[in-house]
Ligand binder design. Sequence first.
Ligand SMILES: [Zn+2]
Length: 269
Amino acid sequence: MALFSKEPCAFCGKEVGMMSRSKMSSKDYVCDDCRKKGNPFARVDHLTKDQVAEMFARAERDEKLLDGVELSDEYLDAGMGKVIHFRSQKDGGDIFTVSTPETQRYEHRPVFYFSSIRKWNPGEAFVERSVGAAPREAVRDYSVLITLKEKLSADKKNDGWELRIPYFDAAVPEILIKIPKEAEADKVQRFYRNICGMCEYRVSRGIRAARDKEELQVKNACKTANEALKAALKGGDVKEVLAEGLQKSIDIDQGKIKKKGFFARLFGR
Ligand SMILES: [Zn+2]
């Protein structure tokens, strides 16, 4: 029967049974050993063999981004000696990584970005690739976007939880964290709320910094215009006033360039 037949892995050639392989969208298979080269949260059934190969290469490349990055650790004691970690870059940086007892079997730690926590949209990704940027909605409420759902067994008893983080990536459209039933309910709730809170903190910080700069520019332009007018009326040096205003504007702008990476990723501007 076909169900029990072995199929070759498209990467290593090993013949593997149904329980230790995954079918890719190109209809061939990847074995569980080869899968460990990739992002543990990737959906290989949505990817072709070539896309899976690219995802493996990216997982290896991405992990190097964690070198030298200071991470703070938000963890959940999941019971039975199991721990789930949500580690995020200190000082409001954009990088985070997730580790669970399952992901520890993988070769590379996955790398994610707070600014990519939003629903995967192939149309938007196409526009972004074509023109370099796409207008996008800022996420307003992370506790709506990120969900925690209790799983129930047939006899309506708790059977663990599923914490889902939508992610803007074709290979990982969602970060699904499976929490076993041995975890304590209030700790699970707190872990979930803290993750939402960290997302909100980073995004509000990015928006505030950008707004501050814009306000500074408007204020500087008004002040410069007023002073130039005063100088003109009193016979002062208009050119000097304008040069000062211009220099200040450049200074504000240079601060803006520093912050642009995060803001640009949020809004595509
Ligand atoms: Zn293989």
